[in-house]
Ligand binder design. Sequence first.
Ligand SMILES: [Zn+2]
Length: 284
Amino acid sequence: MANLFSGLEKLGFGNLNDVQLFEESAEKKADGSAQKQEEVHKVSESDMLFDKSYTCPVCNNEFKTKAVRAGRTKLDHMDSDLRPVYTPGDTTKYSAIVCPKCGYAALDKYYNTISVRQERAVKDNITPKFQGLKETGDFYTYDDAIERFQLVLLTTIVKGARNSEKAYVCLKLAWLVRGKREELDPKAPDFEAKRKELAIEEYQYLENAYEGFSKAMSSENFPIAGMDENTLSLVLGATAANLGKKDEASRWLTSVITSRIAKENIKDRARNIRDEILGKTPQA
Ligand SMILES: [Zn+2]
């Protein structure tokens, strides 16, 4: 599990090796640590951002953080697991909100939803260790964003969040690592090594997303992380495919394709993924 939080030592959180994300989760460890890498500078990413004000529900600190301005981005395409790829910059980077004073971190959609018990857990377990965030430039590098999302993931464990919330954070972390990998310079001498290292990191986050969403599917009510049943089945199918679990992928995707209520565009996506991973198969 250590690798899910590699880099957080710098912010005061050492010793995260024993942290378990999901109950009864199989032990997953791999070596390979996130390393600093030079980010490709995107001139226009900062143009899509503004400073949004938040009040921390844990410590009442008022702070500003970078957020995406409406109407300044354009959806280029979506990956099979519904990762949206926007221009001019990756909007996923900006959905993790971290209070710079107490270290409370959550996805923007969950930020104000915290119980008294969870507040206490953050004050007891996060705040005493939190050493503040690093300064950023006028937009977040992938490393800036991954650091924030790792804090969000750690907070989901501390506050005992539902499986779907943990899984959603892991899925977004996988997307960020993918984005970082896509930005690597193929001409750099360490390109292959970096590409491989990031592929392993992405795989680990996807494994955890898959496990958490699978558990949520049988224990939570829809919408789950904002998704209806067919959308989540598509994400599970695509993620299983990305993990090389062909049978499980096929099962999730078939449930979408044969659904009476799934929208046609979701069914098309499911068919495309299934055709791609399984080869052309007879119609279900
Ligand atoms: Zn705070």
